[in-house]
Design a protein around this ligand. Structure first.
Ligand code: F6R
Length: 364
């Protein structure tokens, strides 16, 4: 039931404060600010590498998680899309922990990739939304994101649910590797526990996102940029826009811009930049100024501190709440989802059932 919402996708975007509150109440023990439940039982002892495999939006969640496993646990991460991973004879080791991320749990390539690693790695984990699915049944351990049924073909609340679970897993990995102490754990758990409220606040800027969306209905191409854990988010934002609005969009790591894609830019190519204040902000800003110099319309999605700096140089901003830097993907993704949604609605496309797409891709 869509309730008051015109589309399932809109309903599912708006459900995220609730779905994340549920996920975090399952993942975190708020009484003593520590991890809880199935993630707390996963052991990274003796694990020397993480293998992360998924398709589409789930792959972008895994791509964000790569930054987390590296920064919190200092673990090398082998990350790939399932359709490549399963055929490319990637070396596998007995001290690898392999993670397969899939909302449906039925994606053919992801399932085949899971079967491919069985018996070759230490443990396989499935990060799934459907506990009865094939991937959930065949992995050594299944971890549920608890997003509830996702009907819109474009994934929204499952993506944030995947991020939540993977963030908790990376924190557990950091503890087991001796890099995250009790203080840091408390700090991160408190940060995660606060996300449902910050996401609710982010959703409140929907009218501003909708207003920006009106400037994008006639464009042919759009570019999304980010750095650090917001670089994969730029790719996810581009995928979301392509899927439901049929506008050609690309996501790039901001630093890669001058290695080619900057040639595309002119006044007709909007550039949407995800940037959280912090050590990478200045670098992103200098990339953005190169973009602005080509006459491309720029929108900076950033927190209040970042917005103050961006506005000083005359850039248009959309302000999301501040978070700990590692948690910025959670708020920024809401803007990406709302933007794709409103552009699609304004263009009159079939938002919940985009052409040529299926919710669950069970053939390779
Ligand atoms: C994009 C989208 C797809 C899926 C992909 C994997 O919005 O929904 O890219 O993310 O087909 O699906 P699952 O997660 O079911 O394996």
């Amino acid at each position: 039931d869509r309730g008051e919402h015109r589309h399932y996708m809109h309903k599912e975007i708006h459900e995220q404060p609730a779905t994340l509150a549920r996920a975090f109440s399952n993942l975190l023990n708020l009484d003593n600010s520590s991890l809880n439940g199935a993630v707390a039982d996963v052991s990274f002892e003796g694990v020397n590498r993480i293998v992360l495999v998924a398709c589409g939006t789930a792959y972008y969640a895994a791509s964000v998680a790569k930054y987390w496993f590296e920064s919190l646990a200092n673990l090398p991460v082998e990350l790939d899309i399932a359709s490549e991973f399963r055929y490319r004879s990637a070396p596998l080791r007995a001290d690898d922990l392999a993670i397969f991320v899939s909302q449906s749990g039925e994606t053919a390539d992801t399932l085949a990739a899971l079967r491919h690693v069985k018996g070759k790695v230490k443990t396989s984990l499935a990060v799934i939304n459907v506990p009865t699915s094939s991937i959930a049944r065949e992995a050594d351990h299944a971890l549920e994101i608890m997003a509830g049924p996702e009907i819109g073909v474009a994934s929204t609340k499952a993506f944030s649910g995947q991020l939540a679970l993977l963030a908790a897993l990376a924190l557990k990995a950091g503890k087991d590797q001796g890099l995250v102490d009790a203080d840091r754990e408390r700090q991160l758990v408190t940060g995660m526990a606060g996300l449902p409220r910050l996401i609710a606040e982010t959703i409140e800027i929907e009218p501003l996102v909708q207003e920006f969306a009106t400037t994008m209905t006639t464009v042919r191409d759009a570019l999304f940029l980010g750095r650090g854990a917001l670089a994969p988010l730029a790719l996810e934002a581009a995928l979301k826009l392509k899927e439901i609005s049929y506008i050609h969009a690309e996501g790039y790591a901001a630093g890669e811009l001058k290695h080619g894609p900057i040639a595309l830019l002119d006044k007709d190519v909007p550039v949407i930049v995800f940037a959280a204040s912090g050590p990478l902000f200045e670098k992103t800003m200098s990339n953005v100024q190169e973009v602005a110099a080509r006459g491309a319309p720029v929108l900076m999605v950033t927190d209040p501190q970042g917005a103050a700096l961006a506005q000083e140089v005359g850039l248009k901003t959309l302000v999301v709440p501040s978070t700990a830097e590692v948690l910025a993907p959670f708020t920024h993704t809401i803007v990406a989802q709302l933007l794709a949604y409103h552009v699609a609605v304004l263009k009159g496309t079939d938002v919940d059932q985009p052409r040529n797409l299926a919710k669950s891709v069970t053939v390779e």
